[in-house]
Design a protein around this ligand. Structure first.
Ligand code: GLN
Ligand code: ZN
Length: 760
């Protein structure tokens, strides 16, 4: 039987996004919004029913975030939102999500290693749970009215608490999981209502089970499901995803009587099958075999998957297997049907959420002996065409990769000496000032970029417009008296797309949106083939910008790891292999910039930390190849060429050694929200000899920091860092800000640097 873990909510054409934003802007009513949501849910359920899915999920829809929905369900609204109960309505819900006039939003953070972000629950000893939202029951009944019997899905109670953070007033050392006993009755109450409404099965997502949990935590899962499952027969499904399920977690789940099915991710997890085979599966339990990738856009290799399923079936029995997706389809694009610009060949290699539902059903039927020969044959033909396509394989790229060999690819001269050589050439003041790359992206700029794409304006007109913008940005920076300048990135819509569009091996979808948070979606480029660089990508603009000033102009590139982590990546070779190919392309660009007189080159690795695998056992290998890929881009430059890198991540204590190993000359990092974390790294005596610019201006906020405030923060840095390594800069690019904010803020930033220089 076919099972789907969860489904995208935004709609095939981002209908929910537009409905939400129009509601938030006061342009439409709550009723309008609810109607759009209801229509989307109906179409999703109907599609799955028609496709032949047996276990169709409900309650996977969300107006903003499924973790926030859980917070609403259990009434864990932080006190500052002034909620008095009994139910959580739109105003409270969206206040928690987005803030309101008086209270900022709750914290948001990454959902495991995906690009989805959830609202972090806040609980403390004073938290009193209550059933404050019956969304799950309402959706169950709504589907039933449409003639669709669904499986309501919840964030499991243990994961909910493990993902929560203590409230600000909670005593030190307070563990949210200590609230499990008072949380469970709320879940039980809602289960009771669902049972009364006719539900036979309920799914609990417990993705924290794939993490390296301390053994003591497993007891919490046992307690929770013994209690919740008591009167639910064997109707409890527990889903895990995003990595292998550790043997101990598997044994915990198989040891809980009420659990009828255990979901495993067979795409990200390569060892779970062995665990199942080794430990076996008790009577009355089933495996939800997640074999269709919920996090990518490639068509499943049905023949290969069927072989895996049959192999498992030989061990545990066919009737014990429910075919499923590796995780919720939330993390993939919605419907390939709307891709009208992709050619048929590439399209035949892809499957979005809707197509994946059909793959799950086809596999499930085939396992039962009812193989749809035609469907399988078409799939096999597509797989073969992808495997053999000259569009995918490029001999020259593979040759270049081979030539890399096993070498370490490091710059020969140590960073301290390089910095001295560079200083002779650059002649920068101590505490040099710079920015991270982009300047405000005006409506006018977006228009110009759009119009050249649609050929409304000529290439010449476009170049003229961008050059004028660069002139203004350069002039402004000289007036502000910044030391190392940038061209402002006016020609870029997005730091990955800009490069992907100029590299071979990438394609772009028209509607391949994936929810990032709330109404925000991203449209990742698709890397389908060997990556190469037909011609230079940034030299034209950087050279022009440098010609306007005698100050150093930073060349501005996106690094290989970030391009990889923010794309849909091919699944026919390891991620590391694709990363190396991108690295070689960026290396060529670095060397082209250098040959054209650019002496400072910044290679952004904003997403390096994001790709860190969830399981500790896999982290070292990732850091190894990620950092190696970065070094490949830079190891060929002269000592006098200064390599910068930038990271949008303050919490980098756990990867500090990788950062050092990247061997950049200067790193600028996000820091505006917490000086302490970063300072503690250096207080602990980490040896950092390269230049470092912890952001002193929080560009995520419209607030303009004063000279004194920024000087103060830099002073704190000077207490732990040598003055010769410290740079003064904002913590990220300025593209989302307005000139009215940026001008005074940068004026103050330069003033702060000057004041500090005088103090040294
Ligand atoms: N250079 C990029 C910019 O300034 C960096 C963006 C980022 O780190 N996300 O926009
Ligand atoms: Zn950044």
């Amino acid at each position: 039987m076919a099972h789907i873990v969860g489904y995208p909510r935004v709609g095939p054409k981002r209908e929910l996004k537009f409905a939400l934003e129009s509601f938030w802007d006061g342009k439409s009513s709550a009723e309008d919004l609810k109607q759009v949501a209801k229509d989307l849910r109906a179409s999703i359920w109907n599609q799955q029913k028609e496709a032949g899915v047996f276990w169709i999920p409900s309650n996977t829809f969300s107006y903003y975030d499924h973790v926030l929905d859980t917070t609403a369900m259990v009434g864990a609204v932080p006190e500052r939102y002034g909620w008095t109960g009994p139910t959580v309505e739109f105003d409270t819900y969206f206040s928690m999500a987005r803030g309101n006039k008086t209270t900022p939003a709750m914290e948001m953070t990454k959902w495991f290693d995906t690009n989805y972000h959830y609202i972090v629950p806040e609980v403390g000893p004073e938290t009193k749970f209550s059933l404050a939202s019956r969304k799950a029951v309402d959706e169950y009944k709504e589907a039933l009215e449409l003639g669709v019997k669904t499986v309501p899905v919840f964030v499991g109670p243990v994961s909910y608490l493990l993902l929560a953070k203590p409230t600000r007033d909670a005593p030190k050392g307070f563990e949210p999981l200590s609230l499990l006993d008072s949380l469970l009755p709320i879940y039980k109450e809602i289960l009771g209502e669902l049972k009364a409404a006719g539900a036979h099965g309920v799914q609990f997502d417990e993705p924290t089970l794939v993490l390296d949990l301390e053994s003591s935590k497993y007891a919490a899962f046992k307690k929770a499901y013994d209690y919740l499952g008591a009167d639910f027969g064997h109707g409890i499904l527990v889903e895990t995803y995003f990595a292998d399920l550790p043997a101990e977690a598997y044994k915990t789940l198989t040891g809980i009587d009420s659990i009828g099915a255990i979901g495993v991710d067979l795409v990200r997890g390569t060892k779970t099958l062995e665990v199942i085979k080794e430990h076996g599966l008790p009577e009355k339990k089933k495996i939800l075999a997640g074999i269709v990738d919920g996090r990518n856009i490639w068509a499943n290799d049905l023949a290969a998957s069927l072989a895996v399923l049959e192999d498992l079936a030989a061990k545990i029995g066919k009737d014990k297997i429910l075919v499923s997706t590796s995780c919720s389809l939330l993390h993939t694009a919605v419907d390939l049907k709307n891709e009208t610009k992709l050619d048929d060949e590439i399209k035949s290699w892809m499957a979005f959420a809707y197509q994946k539902v059909h793959e799950v059903v086809a596999l499930s039927n085939a396992l039962k002996g009812k193989k749809d020969e035609e469907f399988f044959a078409a799939n096999a033909a597509a797989q073969a065409s992808r495997r053999n396509s000259p569009r995918v394989h490029n001999a020259a790229v593979q040759e270049a990769i081979k030539k890399l060999g096993d070498a370490d690819h490091r710059r020969a001269t140590p960073v301290v000496t390089r910095l001295e050589e560079q200083q002779k050439k650059l002649n920068l003041p101590t505490l040099p000032t710079t920015t991270i790359g982009s300047f405000p992206q005006t409506v006018e700029l977006r228009r110009v970029r759009r119009e050249v794409k649609s050929k409304k304006i000529t290439e010449e007109e476009y170049i003229k417009a961008i050059q004028t913008e660069i002139q203004n940005v350069v002039k402004l920076q000289e007036e502000l008296d910044l030391d190392v300048l940038v061209h402002g990135e006016p020609e870029r819509n997005d730091m990955v797309e800009y490069f992907g569009e100029q590299l071979q091996g990438f394609v772009f979808t028209a509607n391949g949106w994936v929810q990032s948070y709330g109404s925000r979606c991203v449209k990742p480029p698709v890397i389908f083939g060997d990556v190469s660089r037909p011609s230079s990508m940034t030299v034209f603009w950087s050279k022009y910008a440098q010609s306007l000033t005698s100050r150093p102009m930073k060349g501005m590139l996106t690094g290989p790891v970030t391009i990889l982590n923010w794309s849909f990546v091919r699944n026919d070779q390891p991620r590391s292999a694709t990363c190396l190919q991108i690295a070689l392309a960026i290396k060529d660009e670095v060397e082209d910039l250098e040959a054209n007189g650019i002496t400072v080159i910044q290679i952004d690795e904003a997403a390096l930390r994001e790709g860190l695998p969830l399981r500790k056992s896999e982290q070292a290998a990732y850091q190894d190849w990620a950092v190696h890929s970065f070094r490949i881009t830079t190891h060929g430059v002269k000592d006098t060429t200064q390599i910068h890198t930038h990271m949008c991540y303050s919490n980098f204590n756990d990867i500090i050694h990788s950062i050092i190993d990247m061997d950049a000359d200067v790193i600028t990092i996000e820091n505006s929200r917490s000086d302490e974390k970063l300072l503690s790294v250096f207080r602990e005596g980490v040896k950092y000899a390269a230049g470092i610019g912890p952001g002193v201006y929080d560009i995520h906020s419209p607030r303009i920091p004063s000279t004194e405030e920024m000087a103060d923060r830099a002073r704190k840095m000077l207490a732990v860092l040598e003055s010769k390594v410290l740079w003064i800069n904002p913590d990220c690019g300025l593209k989302t800000r307005k000139y009215a904010e940026v001008k005074p803020a940068l004026t103050n930033l330069v003033a702060a640097a000057k004041q500090l220089r005088a103090e040294l």
